[in-house]
Design a protein around this ligand. Sequence first.
Ligand SMILES: NC(=O)c1ccc[n+]([C@@H]2O[C@H](COP(=O)([O-])OP(=O)(O)OC[C@H]3O[C@@H](n4cnc5c(N)ncnc54)[C@H](OP(=O)(O)O)[C@@H]3O)[C@@H](O)[C@H]2O)c1
Length: 257
Amino acid sequence: MARDLQDEPIVVTGGSRGLGLAMVEALLARGARITVIARNAAQLADVEKLGAATIAGDATDPALMDRVVAEIKPSVLILNAGATPFMAPIDEQSWETFSGIWNSDVKAGLYGIQAALKAPLPPGSRVLIASSGAAFVNQPQIVRGLRLSGGYTGAKRTLWLMAHFANGCSSERGLGIRFQVLVPLQMVGNTKLLQHVAGAYAQREGVSVEAHLQARYGGPFSEHEYGQQVTTLLSDERYAAGTAFGFKSNTGITLLD
Ligand SMILES: NC(=O)c1ccc[n+]([C@@H]2O[C@H](COP(=O)([O-])OP(=O)(O)OC[C@H]3O[C@@H](n4cnc5c(N)ncnc54)[C@H](OP(=O)(O)O)[C@@H]3O)[C@@H](O)[C@H]2O)c1
């Protein structure tokens, strides 16, 4: 059975551009009531024109996340906000560059999850957490292929593990909140993050970003298509259970665990 997202209160962190904005657009089209949290006020002004409410703030701020989640009590909280990782081989990383992504993505994930459990969100609510296909690789050859990504791969894997921890808390306390992980299995769209990450690998390989993406993934995956797939994850009851889901252009949504 399909879940109607009409009038559902949904909060999206990092919904001002890239994948977050694509999810916002897809969910607005389904009649959801969206609130976006991001830092850049000028980009938020553009999002408001689409019909979303906005809050200028930092998703790593626990007081902000607690307040917004307690006030809105969203039926869906999307923890999408993410920084751009510092791309360099392991011996060119300082602890500050390596841990930067942990101090943004993992920190925001921790406080977002805690806000959802503390409020608590209503039974049947969903918390979607942005991980990455980089967190899904376990063959040494492929991991080596991600060697410029520094702390990013482990940070995104940690967010995945945190969803399992949170589901443990939710079921132990009978809260009925389902924490789920979004795992794009190929790079998506043409976002700031994609240009930075794919650009670093393309430069090393001496090819264009487009050629790098074509060789690694076999074709593009647009932000729009990703937004549609995440909306399907929320509206199609087949995906109401399960923790981690892969997203890919030609194969759609896959249950990972
Ligand atoms: N694009 C891909 O191919 C891909 C693949 C795998 C995973 N992902 C994940 O998907 C998510 C979105 O990626 P993207 O490519 O759309 O990145 P993006 O274009 O760089 O957008 C990032 C968004 O997050 C916001 N943001 C960053 N830090 C924030 C903070 N501390 N507090 C509030 N908002 C913050 C940004 O707005 P402000 O800077 O204005 O705050 C922006 O709206 C990330 O978690 C990323 O790791 C992306």
